[in-house]
Write a protein that binds this ligand. Structure first.
Ligand code: ADP
Ligand code: TRP
Length: 321
């Protein structure tokens, strides 16, 4: 089975990204054929700062490699390094109705936020369909917000298949309804844009500052406390096994627990959890050319798969004469 997903190169990653997406994504490399790529072409629809996009792309690659994505066990590349993504997009434009794109929630949301729409933003779902169909992916694990994009991809694949005969696999969206939303410092969904995130690869001082800023209620040390509504507990439990979770829960339910103590423990737990990854991340940061080489090899490997689909498509639509 082919599992495929694209990742936005949008700056440093936080523990919400890690537990919400990266960990399970990386897990797929053990169970199936994993296709994972950094969507720098999609990023062009909203980023117009070249050096920033280039830096974010390299950082995203380093983050995934450091956290265990293994280019030997998977296909891992940068979207823009495989020109077939753009080529197939153009062909698929001709099998995409305007109405389909006009109904796209993400497009409508951006318009509602008064972003001046460019054509790239409008065509975003077609590029995403090309990403998926190019590799004949069966399963696409995405967040709930991407569900409609998957429906659009299936729709485009269906129209193309209808005209030219069976060409593309119809992909399924893999939306994990169970997946918890990881809370941030203030208990809202952890998100870069809310300023409530704990990044994975912080220096220790900054990690301490972030953890100390977790918002708690005003209960006194002598009060019993509610772990289930506590923002510290919500983050702590991600890092420990069931037994350690119940031990901590017990401490909440007895008088005497100091939030500041639990926060200090949490700093050490997060620090230790990411220690092996941090060493690898530092190594990669010092060796960007090695990362570029890994990504170039990944693009080469992915391209060999993409070309098989493209050859069939080019033949069917009449580009081979
Ligand atoms: P942000 O909200 O920080 O901009 P993104 O939207 O770039 O994060 O998310 C990238 C991926 O990480 C998505 O697959 C999303 O589902 C996952 N993710 C981000 N934040 C969380 C969170 N707080 N809890 C669970 N998953 C998350
Ligand atoms: N649109 C997706 C997001 O914002 C990223 C993406 C691009 C993607 N191409 C993809 C996801 C192909 C899955 C499959 O998260």
């Amino acid at each position: 089975m082919r599992v495929l997903s694209g990742i936005q190169p949008s700056g440093s990653l936080h523990i919400g990204n890690f537990f919400g997406m990266m960990k399970s994504m990386i897990g797929w490399q053990e169970k199936s054929e994993l296709f994972c790529f950094i969507v720098n072409l999609h990023a062009l629809t909203t980023v117009s700062d070249g050096p920033l996009l280039a830096a974010n792309t390299l950082e995203a690659a380093m983050d995934f490699l450091a956290l265990g994505l293994d280019p030997e066990k998977s296909y891992f590349w940068v979207q823009g390094d495989v020109p077939e993504h753009a080529e197939l997009t153009w062909i698929l434009h001709n099998h995409t109705s305007m109405g389909l794109l006009e109904r796209s929630h993400s497009y409508k949301d951006k318009i509602a936020k008064n972003l001046t729409p460019n054509h790239g933003l409008f065509a975003y779902p077609v590029l995403m369909a090309a990403d998926i169909l190019l590799y004949q992916a069966n399963l696409v694990p995405v967040g709930r917000d991407q569900k409609q994009h998957l429906e659009i991809a299936r729709d485009i694949a269906g129209s193309f298949n209808h005209v030219y005969g069976e060409t593309f696999v119809l992909p399924e969206a893999g939306i994990d309804e169970e997946l918890a939303t990881i809370p941030g410092l203030d208990g809202q969904k952890m998100s870069k844009s809310y300023g409530n995130a704990i990044d994975i690869f912080l220096e220790k001082d900054e990690l301490k500052r972030r953890v100390m800023a977790i918002v708690t209620d005003a209960k006194a040390v002598s009060d019993v406390k509610d772990p289930e509504t506590c923002n510290i507990f919500g983050i702590y439990k991600l890092f420990v096994d069931d037994q350690a979770q119940s031990e901590l829960r017990e401490r909440y339910l007895k008088p005497g627990l100091k939030y500041s103590e639990v926060k200090k423990e949490l700093v050490e737990i997060i620090w230790d959890y990411f220690a092996p990854y941090r060493d690898k991340r530092r190594y990669l940061a010092k060796n960007p050319d090695q990362v570029r080489q890994i990504m170039a090899a990944g693009a080469h490997k992915a391209r060999a798969v993409a070309i098989v689909t493209m050859d069939a498509v080019r033949e069917k639509v009449g580009l081979i004469y």
